[in-house]
Design a protein around this ligand. Structure first.
Ligand code: HEM
Length: 418
């Protein structure tokens, strides 16, 4: 069967998308009573917005949907980088994804978990000497150090603030226009330059990177034809590791907010052991806004849900809305970690870091690492320190990508209890 799908009228709804942010798609889905509708964005291009489990399955069907040519230039100039894995498909994607996944061994995940735990405990002792600290900024610094060390990059202590500021600038500019966009672009150019230099130095033997680190592995990685990847691509992909590790600071700030907004969680975490920590972290990833949506293009005509998807149409997958879909989640707008207790593994209904298969599709290769580092942060906030949350503006925007509590979460009266 074929049927008309609802349309969000207008020759270009980009402004509405910016003004309604995370809820642009959900608002219309609610109004139309459908999980599919048509709109026009980015200079009037036709885009089909979809949400829900079946939508995720379709979106990750690589025979129908492609990423090639889908990401807007301003996102490639800031968040992704040119020719990054996010924009590649087919065999070349599979080959490069294999590289990313090979970095995420149990041993190496344990390395970064331990490294982060040590650094965080050490810094927490320093915080206790100050009147207060801005949690988000502290975590950005710590994760910059940890990301570089784990990646095989030596970073002098005095360079941490500069690199932290640049890496933060790159992901903070994700959905930005104007000054924030330009800050992100400039930061990307500076960091790519720095990484290209490091790659050259590894290749000509000036610096020795440990064999199991991304710096070493990526510098010597060969493409399908046996050629080394060009310097620029290696720089972009190394940045595809450094940047998102530092971005975990956003989730960690939301962890602190969740503990503050739901004080009973603290006790549950103290009693519930690792299992409950896991539910809690998953619920933080489900509940708070991070990635609003994903964008791709139809690569071959197909019919789905009564609608003709035509080659070249844009497809927007509603990430935030799928994680709050009433068919998938009971009381989706309540924070209930226990909901993860009885959940069966499903690659299509819980998609804060993308859905589908890690190896064949674009699902985030850093998902396990993100979860592990979030667990460490949760444990340290509960067991390592005691602190107060002074009066401040903790609201977070639903139209800023990425979102973050306005005050960036100030804590005071910090005492080390462990
Ligand atoms: C892809 C979210 C952390 C590396 C993605 C995607 C999302 C996402 C939504 C897109 C999935 C798709 O296009 O289908 C997040 C969030 C994180 C995070 C919310 C928390 C901070 C990480 C970490 C790493 C990482 C820690 C690496 C260490 C990547 C890479 C891709 C990706 C390389 C592209 C994969 C591909 O195109 O095949 N992430 N991510 N991310 N992420 Fe993450």
């Amino acid at each position: 069967y074929r049927e008309e799908i609802p349309k969000d009228r207008g020759i270009d709804n980009s402004i509405k998308l910016l003004l309604e942010g995370y809820q642009y798609i959900s608002n219309r889905r609610e109004k139309f009573g459908r999980d599919i509708f048509e709109t026009r964005v980015l200079g009037g291009q036709k885009a089909i917005c979809i949400a829900g489990e079946e939508a995720v399955k379709t979106f990750y069907d690589t025979k129908k949907i492609t990423r090639k040519g889908a990401a807007p230039k301003r996102i490639r100039q800031t968040l992704f980088g040119e020719q990054a894995i996010q924009t590649v498909d087919g065999e070349p994607h599979r080959h490069r994804k294999e590289l990313f996944m090979s970095l995420m061994t149990k041993e190496r995940l344990q390395d970064i978990t331990e490294l982060f735990g040590q650094q965080l405990e050490q810094e927490m002792a320093e915080w206790s000497k100050k009147r207060n600290v801005i949690l988000y900024e502290e975590i950005v610094h710590i994760l910059t150090k940890v990301a570089c060390e784990w990646t095989g990059i030596q970073l002098a202590d005095e360079d941490v603030p500069k690199r932290a500021n640049e890496l933060e600038g790159i992901f903070d500019s994700a959905g930005a226009i104007g000054v924030r966009h330009w800050k992100g672009r400039t930061a990307r150019n500076i960091v790519e330059n720095w990484l290209r230099r490091l790659i050259r130095e590894v290749r000509n033997g000036e610096i020795i990177a440990p064999k199991d680190t991304p710096l070493y592995i990526m510098a010597w990685y060969q493409d399908k034809d046996g050629k080394l990847l060009n310097e620029q691509i290696v720089a972009v992909e190394l940045l595809n590791i450094l940047r998102p590790i530092v971005a975990i600071s956003v989730y960690i700030t939301f962890i602190a907010l969740a503990l503050h907004e739901h004080p009973q969680e603290k006790e549950k975490l103290q009693m519930g052991g690792e299992e409950y920590t896991d539910y809690f972290v998953q619920e933080v990833r489900r509940f708070y806004p991070f990635f609003p949506m994903l964008m791709a293009k139809v690569s071959e005509d197909f019919l789905w849900n009564g609608h003709d998807f035509r080659k070249g149409n844009l497809v927007l997958l509603d990430i935030y809305g799928t994680n709050h879909h009433p068919d998938l989640w009971e009381e989706p707008y309540r924070f209930i970690p226990e909901r993860f207790k009885k959940r069966e593994e499903n690659f299509y209904d819980f998609i804060p870091q993308g859905g589908g298969d890690y190896y064949r599709g674009h699902r985030c290769p850093g998902e396990w690492m993100t979860i592990e580092l979030m667990k460490v942060a949760t444990q340290c906030l509960i067991h390592t320190i005691d602190y107060q949350v002074p009066k401040q503006n903790l609201t977070y925007s639903m139209i800023r990508f990425p979102s973050l509590p306005k005050s960036r979460f100030v804590i005071s009266d910090i005492k080390v209890i462990k």
